[in-house]
Write a protein that binds this ligand. Structure first.
Ligand code: 13P
Ligand code: ZN
Length: 289
């Protein structure tokens, strides 16, 4: 079942769970996510970053839409970190049901202006909008990027930003970074700040950089308004680590149906564990009653 983000997250927000939003860069990942979601009876989001759209091509989204429509659980197709109105319009034309406009690097006023413009465009065709306030950190190797220094989201700014833009979900900066942390740079999430933002903002919150954090911290976030957790690195790492192992051990292998299954299984194990951690396992029934 294909939905927009506003409807998907309203249920998660009310029942205090977070829906995993997983980045895809090929059809293997689409299957990993949908099969995991169906096995876990969990709603899920397939998100695609502009870099990934470049890699895949526009026609690929038709396949993603068809797969989501046929899924037995609620699904959303979301543009991750749209950088411009052009990125957003391309996504809408391709059939995404949700878009992110990330103008978090711009001034507060410019961020409001561009997010507001995107809301007007996207809402006119029933597409949901996520915007970001504050900055997510960046670790080496992640194509999602981010900032060298994390600027934590300010509570009063968040309130003003949501009121003035009319966005459906807000991505907040509470200490996470994209990618995998170096051992000397472990994250510490500011859960007090999250609770304060949640008290002042009445829409679902989004946590970026969901990989490689402490499980004890992640499992607190959906109790304080986080209804969507973005996850890319942990899943992709598991997939390619297993593929690397397989190819080294089977160095003449060339048939995809020999090479892909074990990598897909490794990624699926990670995705299913995250669905348990986010408390989205067995929550699909809320959408059908
Ligand atoms: P990770 O790669 O750290 O899981 O972050 C994903 C993300 O936030 C995509 O927007
Ligand atoms: Zn992100």
């Amino acid at each position: 079942m294909l939905m927009n983000m506003k409807d998907l997250l309203a249920v998660a927000y009310k029942h205090q769970f977070a829906v995993g939003s997983f980045n895809v860069a090929n059809s293997e990942f689409v299957r990993v996510i949908i099969e995991s979601a169906e096995e876990k009876n969990a709603p899920a989001i397939i998100q695609i970053h502009p870099n990934e759209v470049e890699l895949l091509g526009d026609d690929f989204i038709t396949y993603v839409r068809e797969s989501c429509r046929n899924a037995k659980v609620p699904m959303v197709i979301h543009l991750d970190h749209g950088g411009s109105v052009e990125d957003v319009m391309r996504a809408i034309r391709n059939g995404f049901t949700s878009v992110m406009i990330d103008a978090s690097h711009a001034s507060f006023e410019d961020n409001i202006a561009i997010s507001k413009e995107v809301v007007k465009l996207a809402h006119s065709v029933n597409v949901s909008v996520e915007a970001e306030l504050g900055t997510i950190g960046s670790n080496e190797g992640s194509s999602e990027g981010g900032a060298d220094v994390i600027l934590y989201t300010d509570v009063d700014d968040a309130k003003t930003f949501v009121e003035q833009t009319g966005i459906d979900t807000l991505a907040i900066a509470i200490g996470t970074s994209h990618g995998q942390y170096k051992h000397d740079r472990q994250p510490e999430l500011k859960l007090d700040l999250l609770a304060e933002i949640n008290k002042n903002v009445d829409i679902p919150l989004v946590l970026h950089g969901g990989s490689d954090n402490k499980d004890e911290e992640i499992s607190q976030t959906y109790l304080h308004g986080v209804s969507k957790i973005n996850l890319s690195t942990d899943m992709k790492n598991a997939f390619f680590k297993e593929m690397r192992r397989f190819l080294i051990e089977n160095d003449t292998a060339y048939e995809p149906d020999m090479i892909m299954p074990s990598a897909r299984k490794a990624a699926q194990e990670v995705v299913k564990k995250k669905m348990d951690l986010f408390n989205s396992t067995n929550q699909a029934h809320h959408y059908f009653s």
